[in-house]
Structure formats: structure tokens, C-alpha cells
Design a protein around this ligand. Structure first.
Ligand SMILES: [Fe+2]
Ligand SMILES: [Fe+2]
Length: 337
């Protein structure tokens, strides 16, 4: 997912779009605006406004951090997966998330920021990542529910990003979305299996759904009325669909899936609205959301601590890989000479 943070208040806002920039006044900006208006792609070598670059660095790096931190809650279950098949699927899924993080760091690097800078910002707590990963995975059913609902919400959010105006981000998203779709299906299939099992297994699924449902709705970010940066993101072709519209699409798509699965979504206000042609749903607890975004969720410290520890423990691997690459380069140069 993982793009909620774009709407966090107190972050640099883009300049409001001006009506037209004459070619004489600012030819670079005029060319940029024309490319955006024509729904074209902006590439790394193209000129772009500073705020467009900053917004993208922030969004893409936060997205990358979310993929990497997102490996942790499910990674906790690899050693406890109930069968070899489930373990193999889960390892592949968690590895995919690592891959998504790496594509995205590469995409952000094309904007002139280094991976070391981005990782330092994550480790110091300066950079945000999706709050959904600051909640614990208490049972095996959580792994299925994360696939079904968290990856499901991620797909909803990320499909429009395949048409993002920044070329490297849009292209990375095409592959990421294909893999997210596998993640969502494996989660749903795992839950279907549990629901055909014992009453205890069915209760475990319902309990996991109860704990994750509202958090998944909050993943789409604050209501449109409280998202001051959204309009600029839309103008720049970075954001294509508003938070509330994406959330509604997610609810509408998920309700029939919950019915098929045989679980109840924990919202007494959830009901079909004939006039709107959509499901109505209850109020989201934004206080809890902001508390978690601001570092005080149940697992914020644990997640960051695990990441920093892994980074420190892996230092010798990075050094060895770099030394090896340098040796290869020197050998190649010697042979070419
Ligand atoms: Fe992912
Ligand atoms: Fe995923």
C-alpha cells in the first residue's frame, strides 16, 4: 500500500497550480505542465519542479520502507507455518515484499537521493512507513487476513499508481501489483481452508478479521476533507483517486468476499445503500490511527528496533559484497587492458 503518509499534515506542500506558464516566462515549467496535462510521463533526466521531486522522494521512499517493515509481522510466522506448503508460500510472499522495497528504493534513487540517506531516515524514526505494520500478528489466521485485507487494500491503492506521472514509479508498480494480487489470493485461500476446519479455526479467522478490519480502512489515509496535499498530488498525476473513493472501492469489493468466506465484518453500520450504489460504513477511529502514525502504536518500537538490528548485523555482508564487486571490476579492467 503504503502511500497514506503522502497526506500527513506538516509536510512540504506543493505550489498551487498556476493557470498557465508562458513559454517565455518559464519554458522548463511550461514543458513540465504540458507533459502533465497530456498525461505523459516525467523521466529522471527531465526537468521537474522541486516540490514534485520532494513529494515523490517522500512518497516512494515511504512506500519502500513500508514494504521492508511489512516483511516483519508475517516473517514472525515463517517458523510456525502449519505445513510445508504454507511455509513455502509465506517465504515467497515475504521475499516478494523485500523485492518491492528494493525496486522502490531504486525508483527513488533516480530522483537524486541515496539509499543510505533513505535508510538513515527510516532508522532514525524521521521517515514514516505504513502504520498497519505497527500491529501484532497474534495467530496464524492473521497471516491469511493480512494477505486478504492488507494486500487487498494495497492493490486498491497501487493500481492507480501504475499510471503515476513519474515513469520509474509507474513501471515499478506494474510488477508490484501483479505480485500483490498473488498475495491477496493466497491469503484468501488460506482463510477459506481455515473456515472449512474446526470451530476453533473459524473463531480464529473471525477474531483476526475483527482486529484488522478498521485498521485496513484507515490504510487509505485521512478523509479527503483532511488531506491538504491530495489536490496537488492529483494535479501532478501522482495521485489519481482520492482516499475516500479508494476506501469506498475497497469496502464495496470486500463485503461480498467476506460473505463468501462466512465471516462478519465488525461494523454494525455496514449496509448497502441503494441510492448511492455503495456500502455505507461506520466511523473510523482516527485518534488511534494518528497515535500509531506518531510512533505510539503497539509495535512501533519493536519494528524499528528489529530493522536497525538487522541492518547492523548485515553490515559485514554489504561490505563483503562491495569488496567482491570491486575485485570483479578490477579483474575486468585488467583483462580489458
Ligand atoms: Fe508489497
Ligand atoms: Fe504484498
Amino acid at each position: 500500500m503504503y502511500t497514506q503518509a503522502m497526506d500527513l499534515p506538516g509536510q512540504p506542500e506543493g505550489k498551487a497550480p498556476t493557470i498557465a506558464h508562458s513559454l517565455e516566462a518559464d519554458p522548463k515549467l511550461a514543458r513540465f505542465d504540458a507533459a502533465i496535462d497530456a498525461d505523459g510521463r516525467i523521466e529522471p533526466q527531465d526537468w521537474m519542479p522541486d516540490n514534485y521531486r520532494k513529494t515523490l522522494v517522500r512518497q516512494i521512499s515511504q512506500h519502500a520502507h513500508s514494504e521492508i517493515v511489512g516483511m516483519l509481522p508475517e516473517g514472525n510466522w515463517i517458523s510456525r507455518a502449519p505445513s510445508l506448503k504454507r511455509k513455502a508460500i509465506l517465504i515467497a510472499k515475504v521475499q516478494d515484499e523485500g523485492g518491492h522495497g528494493l525496486y522502490l528504493y531504486s525508483a527513488a534513487e533516480t530522483l537524486g537521493t541515496s539509499r543510505d540517506e533513505m535508510i538513515a531516515a527510516l532508522h532514525s524514526g524521521k521517515a514514516k512507513y505504513s502504520s498497519i505494520f505497527n500491529y501484532p500478528t497474534l495467530s496464524w489466521a492473521d497471516v491469511g487476513v493480512i494477505g486478504w485485507l492488507v494486500d487487498g487494500a494495497a492493490i486498491m491503492n497501487q493500481i492507480p499508481l501504475c499510471r503515476c506521472s513519474y515513469g520509474p514509479y509507474a513501471r515499478a508498480m506494474v510488477r508490484v501489483c501483479k505480485e500483490e494480487s498473488f498475495h491477496q489470493r493466497q491469503g484468501y485461500e488460506s482463510l477459506l481452508t481455515l473456515m472449512k476446519g474446526t470451530p476453533e479455526q473459524r473463531d480464529m479467522v473471525q477474531d483476526a478479521v475483527n482486529r484488522w478490519w478498521w485498521k485496513c480502512l484507515a490504510m487509505f489515509g485521512p478523509p479527503d476533507a483532511d488531506s491538504p496535499n491530495s489536490a496537488q498530488g492529483m494535479r501532478w498525476g501522482i495521485k489519481r483517486i482520492s482516499n475516500d473513493d479508494l476506501r469506498q472501492k475497497f469496502v464495496d469489493a470486500t463485503v461480498p468476499q467476506a460473505q463468501l468466506l462466512g465471516v462478519t465484518l465488525p461494523d454494525p453500520d455496514l449496509k448497502w445503500n441503494e441510492t448511492r450504489g455503495h456500502y455505507d460504513y461506520g466511523a473510523i477511529d482516527w485518534k488511534e490511527f494518528w497515535q500509531t502514525v506518531n510512533g505510539n502504536g503497539p509495535c512501533n518500537r519493536e519494528r524499528l528496533g528489529t530493522r536497525v538490528h538487522a541492518w547492523e548485523q548485515g553490515a559485514w555482508v554489504r561490505e563483503a559484497a562491495q569488496a567482491h564487486a570491486q575485485k570483479q571490476r578490477q579483474r575486468a579492467m585488467k583483462e580489458a587492458a
